[in-house]
Ligand binder design. Structure first.
Ligand code: PEP
Ligand code: MN
Length: 457
């Protein structure tokens, strides 16, 4: 056992577990592949490919999440609802990174604590859907389940699940991660140069002044420290960035589940921090079975129908040893339901005494359809759920340790409201999401600013 392992508590290996054990249980939200031999061939190829992340990084993140549980760090997790293969481009990747870096700058400055940065990217390619089939003008076809499974066009050929998409998804994830790592290693995240992260299209943002003041204040502080110490503060040159995705498509996740020479146990090496979606978090389901055996830090989405008892049982199964940093609950109740649904869960976990990291996703409980047929979210509902979350945690004696957001660095008009007060008629201008509506750059920065204001109260 190495020091990093020893530092975390000695945790027992899960009993009777194998990467393929989920196959004996009901796996929801899985495609039906038409050709079993083709699927097996792809999985064999995937099992032989190099991993996307390492166990060292995974355990380092777990330690940071353990710190977040104790209030020493705050988690910022964000990115697209669904990445697409077409949007694996330098601009989309670097713009998303810029927004996340700017948001984390706002949070670090305002909260006076380090931020754990986690992207919903480099693998966020599989989507749960509310129905298996989609019907348009009397024609029914299998639903689009994300680029890892099929294509969004409404044609029969596009909607057939194609296992080779998993190979492409693995490669696109590797390219995304490679570019992010290179940008960061090359100094893109350097606090001496926050101007690298400016996005052209927001020159006249109503928030720009507040942001610029903050950057100037940080610049002064950095220069002051450097003058004082007589040398450049080098650890400001780079930041850690981790990846996450919903580990929905179990054959793919199984193929990336590996043992490594220097750490015991099994790791999902397709991402640092996988999560179980709300629709697949059944206690006796295949996803819970798969997740209990991997050593990654893991998260579970918790919706308004979850009862306190269910949550405690999930803790028994997913973190039986009460390992620090292991388990995150991401609540996504909706602005209307949070005040009623969240407190019983917080109280139950609080009474139980075992540790979890509580994170608020103020997006997924606030999705609605507009009269002109767009799926959208109102900024004021997002804001209200987030503000309530801080207050409800404070009242329960628990701690909100992070946020989970759907956002993009592109100039999209998908969510209503925000500083520029987008209206229903703005939606058609730049609605690009294939699944859920995302915060654009300005709206995302506004969320970061409101978090800072709220937690300072
Ligand atoms: C998502 O995060 O895109 C998602 C589908 O969330 P949830 O499982 O919370 O509905
Ligand atoms: Mn979504």
């Amino acid at each position: 056992m190495n020091t990093q392992d020893r530092k975390l508590r000695a945790v027992k290996l899960p009993k009777d577990w194998a990467p393929s054990g989920w196959r004996n249980l009901t796996a929801l939200q899985q495609p039906t592949y038409p050709d079993a031999a083709a699927l097996e061939g792809v999985l064999e190829e995937l099992r032989a490919l190099p991993p996307l992340v390492t166990s060292w990084e995974i355990l380092a993140l777990k330690q940071q999440l353990a710190d977040a549980q104790e209030g020493k760090r705050f988690l910022l997790q964000g990115g697209d609802c669904a990445e697409t293969f077409d949007a694996c481009t330098p601009d989309v990747i670097s713009n998303r990174l810029k927004v996340l870096l700017q948001m984390s700058l706002v949070l670090v400055h305002g909260m006076r604590k380090p931020v754990v940065r986690v992207g919903r990217f480099a693998g966020q390619y599989a989507k749960p859907r509310s129905a298996d089939m989609e019907t348009i003008d009397g024609v029914s076809l299998p639903s689009y389940r994300g680029d890892l499974v099929n294509a969004p066009e409404f044609t029969e050929a596009a909607r057939v699940p194609d296992p080779r998409r998993m190979i492409k998804g693995h490669a696109r994830s590797a390219m995304t991660m490679n570019f992010v790592r290179s940008l960061i290693d090359g100094g893109f995240a350097d606090l001496h140069h926050p101007e690298y992260w400016n996005l052209g299209w927001v020159g006249h943002s109503p928030l720009a002044d507040e942001y610029r003041h903050m950057v100037a204040a940080i610049g002064d502080a950095v220069r002051f420290m450097e003058t004082l110490s007589g040398q450049e503060v080098h650890n400001l040159n780079r930041v850690d960035f981790y990846t996450s995705h919903e580990a929905l498509l179990l054959p793919y996740e199984e193929s990336q589940t590996r043992q490594v020479p220097r750490h015991w146990g099994w790791f999902n090496l397709s991402t640092h921090y996988p999560w179980i979606g709300m629709r697949t978090a059944a206690l006796d389901g295949a996803h819970t079975e798969y997740f209990r055996g991997i050593r990654n830090p893991i998260a579970v989405k918790v919706g308004p129908s979850v009862e306190p008892d269910q949550l405690l049982k999930l803790m028994d199964v997913l973190n039986p040893e009460d390992e620090p940093g292991r388990l995150t609950f991401i609540h996504r109740m909706g602005a209307k339901a949070i005040a009623e649904k969240l407190p019983p869960l917080l109280n139950a976990v609080q009474r139980d005494g075992r540790r979890v990291l509580w994170v608020c996703d103020p997006m997924h409980g606030n999705t609605e359809a507009t009269s002109n047929g767009y799926k959208t979210r109102r900024f004021r509902n997002i804001r209200s759920e987030l503000e309530d979350a801080f207050e409800l945690h404070a009242a329960a004696g628990t701690r909100l340790g992070g946020v989970h957001l759907e956002l993009t660095g592109e100039d999209v008009t998908e969510c209503l409201g925000g500083a520029r007060e987008l209206t229903e008629s703005d939606l058609e201008r730049a609605y690009h999401s294939t699944v859920d509506p995302r915060l654009n750059y300005e709206q995302a920065l506004e969320v970061a600013m409101l978090i800072v204001r709220k937690q300072a109260q």
